[in-house]
Design a protein around this ligand. Structure first.
Ligand code: NDP
Length: 454
């Protein structure tokens, strides 16, 4: 396979670096090394793995400004949010350094044996296929539990973030992890098939689009490999009459614009009760109008560019399709030159319109008005996705119904949907399956081995 991966600043179009794609021989060398290293690494005590993982966290925090700048240059999120991403990555490393031994401790279970129970053993070489929208965080939230469990990892990062991909490998090496425990493969999406098919690779995690997830799951199914898929979302953000409107509006702005609007758990559909729709809309539109769009390295900037021209085209295509179907543009609604897109608020969207069923990966808020709670829940559940949901109400009965009836991997009441190392993260329906983070996350890539001794 010939070709190059290009690192390009989406804010300026400047090429930052070119990296040759690995050929099959190099892929084979990496897989062999990951497998060989696994045979030793799996027996290394938790305390030693934890010490290396703590060191990863320290390196991240010591050099967060440098890594944050790299993220911003390569994919365009604001520098403050990139640095926050590096800090959060350190958190997940520390979290699993501290908790893995407890999560994976042997459990005794009484049975007809003299001694029986469960041991948690690593599976082996795991492939992580990761996206560019959180180039550090997505990788660490997969790698920290996988490595603490005793697996080795191969990273296939998104093609537009090769510098981040190489930097991550260097961080694990610098922290002391033996060579081969974490390796970056500079490969195209098409080359993933060769890795998944390899007998030595025991499982794969993917975060990205439905198309990529479905393709990986098909390959993994063919070769009978365990997978965890974290795919798209079209998260609802429901606002009911009892809500603290000011808090709801300001969280709505943050929730829609995470990573310049390019996050799986960004709120995408704002479902507002008709009694407060007018005031919510007015406040949201005003806030969107005031947003500073521009150079993501500038501390004043609130919204940077979209990561690639194709993401921008996709977003604009979705907006234009909605406008043609009769949607009202309150603010924005068009590109701003380069890879920049105007923060946009649309209402009057036919609920059955195809775009209302899709993930809109940019700074575009879709507003829907509903007469009651039932209609809000129905609309919230009306997409093929089921990742996260945020709902705003102080009524305990409404809160309980929302928690029970929303079809999503997580429901947050009166707050922003966010990932947290202590809580499971993942989706249902076409948002994927399996869980990351927390105890559930580390159990995904282990052999839950039953032992029974008479
Ligand atoms: P992709 O899903 O294509 O990319 C995510 C990762 O999957 C990348 O590493 C990519 O590699 C890899 N990949 C792509 N196709 C395959 C395949 N057939 N087999 C194995 N791996 C594959 O996302 P895009 O960047 O193309 O974005 C398109 C849309 O996907 C966005 O508009 C958004 O809706 C959604 N998306 C959602 C994310 C989320 O967090 N939920 C994250 C990213 C995208 P490569 O870069 O080499 O193609």
């Amino acid at each position: 396979q010939s070709g190059q991966l290009v690192s390009l600043n989406p804010a300026t179009g400047e090429v930052l670096g070119r990296y040759p794609v690995f050929d099959s021989r190099k892929i084979q060398t990496c897989i062999a090394q990951a497998q060989e290293r696994f045979q030793e690494y799996r027996w290394i005590p938790f305390a030693q793995r934890a010490a290396w993982m703590e060191r990863v966290a320290e390196i991240l925090l010591e050099r967060k400004a440098e890594f944050g700048r790299l993220i911003t240059l390569e994919m365009g999120k604001t520098l403050a949010s990139a640095i926050a991403e590096v800090e959060k990555s350190a958190w997940v490393c520390r979290y699993y350094a501290e908790t893995a031994a407890g999560f994976l401790a042997e459990q005794l279970v009484a049975s007809d044996a003299s001694c029986s129970g469960i041991r948690y053993q690593p599976l082996g070489v795991i492939l992580a296929v990761m996206p560019w929208n959180f180039p550090f965080w997505q990788v660490f939230r997969c790698a920290a539990p996988a490595l603490m469990a005793g697996n080795t990892l191969l990273l296939k990062h998104a093609s537009n973030v090769p510098q981040s991909a190489l930097c991550l490998e260097a961080i694990f090496r610098e922290a002391g992890f033996p060579q081969g425990v974490f390796q970056t493969l500079l490969i195209s999406a098409a080359q993933v098939a060769e890795v998944v098919a390899d007998e030595r690779v025991r499982g794969a995690a993917l975060t990205g689009s439905e198309a990529a997830g479905s393709s990986l799951a098909r390959l993994a199914g063919q070769h009978l490999k365990k997978t965890v898929l974290e795919l798209g979302g079209s998260d609802p953000f429901i606002v009911l009459p009892s809500a603290d409107l000011e808090a709801a509006v300001s969280t709505a702005v943050t929730a829609r614009l995470i990573s310049n609007g390019q996050s799986c758990i960004a709120a995408k559909r704002f479902i507002v009760h008709s009694t407060i729709a007018e005031s919510f809309t007015a406040a949201l539109v005003e806030r969107f109008r005031q947003l500073k769009v521009g150079d993501p390295l500038d501390p004043q900037t609130e919204v940077g560019p979209l990561a690639t021209p194709s993401i921008l085209q996709e977003v604009d295509g979705q907006v234009q399709a909605l406008v043609q179907a009769g949607a009202k543009v309150w603010v924005g609604g068009s590109p701003l030159g380069g890879n920049f897109y105007l923060p946009t608020v649309l209402s009057g969207i036919p609920a059955e319109h195809p775009v209302a069923q899709q993930e809109v990966f940019g700074p575009v808020a879709l507003l829907f008005e509903v007469p009651d709670l039932e209609a809000a829940i129905r609309l919230a559940n009306s997409t093929p996705f089921g990742l996260g949901a945020s709902a705003w109400t102080t009524d305990p009965n409404e809160q309980e119904r929302l928690l029970m009836e929303i079809e999503a991997g997580s429901v947050f009441i009166n707050g922003l949907v966010k990932s947290d190392p202590r809580l499971p993260f993942g989706g249902i329906k076409r948002s994927g399956y399996g869980r990351e983070l927390s105890r559930e996350g580390i159990l995904e890539f282990v052999n839950i081995k039953t032992f029974w001794v008479k």
